[in-house]
Design a protein around this ligand. Structure first.
Ligand SMILES: Nc1ncnc2c1ncn2[C@@H]1O[C@H](COP(=O)(O)OP(=O)(O)OP(=O)(O)O)[C@@H](O)[C@H]1O
Length: 268
């Protein structure tokens, strides 16, 4: 079975006024079909850069990416995205935001509407379709974004700190909802987060990145916690605490290095 996403020795170098900067170097990483993989690492190390490469929005300076065995050229059409920032169109209702992708694909309005209503129900927003984004809470806007992504039935979900702007309770509710939707129809997920607890509670595997420059994976941990999981309860289990200790041990020096380097780059 081919990997949903396979990074093979991916390097990304950015040109800048002060010279070039190699954000990630020789990254090899694979995400299997149906696998939930989180990538954690110090601030500014290159997590979003890798996600952008998987999305086909950024071409690596060297190395290659394949998706389901095919070389990725241009935007990854098999992927759905969810980012930290709000991506809803403020001038469209919640329902019209969810139908947008299908309309762009040329699906007829009535079918798109029926599918969107179904998805709004699945993410707990039945009856909210005619609200506009500014009339929804942060959690509801995230649910709308989830429906907007899932309605297109992507084979891979690329998620860049999608819940980091939410308060802790709403965040855990959303994480549980994501797991429930994911387990009903296992997609491959590449999930970027700063938050190690979030990574462990959601994932099958957690990949730890080194501090930049030339970021690369320094640890790859299988998360053997049972499913289904409740993200707030699983954090109290002895196995979770053990995994957290091990991964944090691998990460903490890099986090300090990353923080120092970011500070120095700002000062320089
Ligand atoms: N287009 C670009 N041009 C120049 N430098 C860039 C560009 N994109 C990213 N970088 C640099 O590459 C490095 C990695 O950035 P990236 O956003 O991937 O990190 P991150 O791990 O996602 O950060 P954070 O944890 O803060 O969200 C950073 O030092 C950033 O300044």
């Amino acid at each position: 079975m081919s990997a949903a996403v396979l990074f093979d020795k991916v390097t990304c170098t950015f040109a800048g006024k002060a010279g070039s900067y190699t954000a990630v170097k020789d990254v090899s990483l694979s995400i299997a079909e149906g696998e939930f993989v989180s990538v954690v690492g110090p601030t500014g190390c290159g997590k979003s850069t890798l996600l952008n490469v998987a999305a086909g929005l950024l071409k690596p300076s060297s190395g290659s990416v394949t998706t389901f065995g095919e070389p990725l050229a241009g935007v990854n059409r098999r992927a759905g995205y969810m980012f930290q920032s709000e991506a809803l169109m403020p001038w469209r209702s919640c329902l019209d935001n969810v139908t947008a992708g299908l309309e762009f694909r040329g699906e007829d309005k009535a079918t798109a509407r029926a599918k969107a209503e179904d998805w709004l129900g699945r993410v707990g927003l039945a009856g909210f379709g005619d609200r506009y984004p500014h009339q929804l809470s942060g959690g509801m806007r995230k649910r709308t974004s989830l429906a907007q992504m899932l309605i297109l039935d992507p084979k891979i979900l690329l998620m860049d700190e999608p819940f980091s702007a939410l308060d802790i309770q709403t965040r855990q509710l959303m994480e549980n909802e994501l797991l429930e939707l994911w387990s009903a129809n296992r997609k491959s997920v590449l999930f970027i987060t700063h938050d190690l607890e979030e990574a462990i509670s959601l994932s099958d595997r957690v990949v730890v990145l080194s501090a930049g420059p030339a970021t690369h994976p320094i640890g790859d941990f299988v998360i053997d916690l049972p499913r289904p999981r409740d993200v707030s309860e699983i954090r109290l289990s002895p196995r979770f605490i053990e995994l957290h200790d091990r991964i944090w041990h691998a990460m903490k020096d890099e986090v300090l290095k990353g923080y120092q380097q970011t500070k120095n780059r700002v000062i320089a």
